[in-house]
Design a protein around this ligand. Structure first.
Ligand code: E4P
Length: 216
């Protein structure tokens, strides 16, 4: 499973990229706004930090506007993936932009039928939002299982990019469900390493080594 980091904070991205644990980056307009930096500048900087796909989202909602913005974003760097909302205009723009050879991430997916449409429109990635479904007391993970089955039934190439991941358990469940990619905030990715028995075990080993005067 590929790991993308869901942030526009370039310090966090540089830090995780150096660990070799991330394969790409996702952003959205809320994350760009939080960075407080100009859109094109921050996307260009992120693209230079990782060779992997970097999702940059359009803000237009009509087909012509999405095509114009998508082509502009795609020119920033060769690893820009244009992120489009799951609307009829978004799907039409997905068909056009992928036809140009641009990678497209169709975002804001909340149902299996929406994911089926995105695959038919040739999306490179589909982003089902797990956490936001859980927030309204639905089962976000069930959606990942449904999409996996549908894509496997018809051999669609579209990659399932599990998004809106909030916990380490979400990551594990996505891996078990066969998501191709998961995107999570830096803190969630870093938390995956934690286990109290690892900490305790290390403490004991180091104490025993000190007592015995072991040097390596
Ligand atoms: C993914 O592409 C989205 O940017 C993100 O995962 C949304 O997560 P949230 O629901 O925690 O805002």
């Amino acid at each position: 499973m590929k790991f993308f980091v869901d942030t526009a904070d370039t310090k966090d991205i540089a830090d995780l990229a150096a660990s070799g644990l991330i394969d790409g980056v996702t952003t959205n307009p809320s994350l760009i706004a939080k960075s407080g930096r100009p859109f094109a500048e921050v996307i260009a900087e992120i693209c230079a930090l990782t060779p992997g796909p970097v999702s940059a989202e359009v803000v237009a909602t009509d087909y012509d506007g999405m095509i114009k913005e998508g082509r502009k974003l795609a020119k920033i760097a060769s690893n820009v993936t244009v992120k489009l909302p799951l609307t009829l205009d978004g799907l039409k723009a997905c068909k056009t932009l992928t036809g140009d050879g641009t990678q497209v991430n169709v975002t804001l997916c909340f149902s299996a039928n929406q994911a089926l449409l995105a695959a038919k429109a040739g999306a490179t990635f589909i982003s089902p939002f797990i956490g936001r479904l859980d927030d309204i007391h639905l089962d976000g993970m069930e959606l990942i299982h449904e999409i996996r089955q549908i894509y496997d039934n018809y051999l669609f190439d579209t990659e399932i990019l599990a998004a809106s991941i909030r916990t380490a358990n979400h990551v594990k469940q996505c891996a078990l469900a066969g998501a191709d990619v998961m995107t999570a905030p830096p803190a969630v990715i870093k938390s995956l390493v934690n286990h109290p028995l690892t900490d305790k075990g290390l403490e004991i080993f180091l104490a025993d080594a000190k007592k015995a005067g072991i040097k390596v």
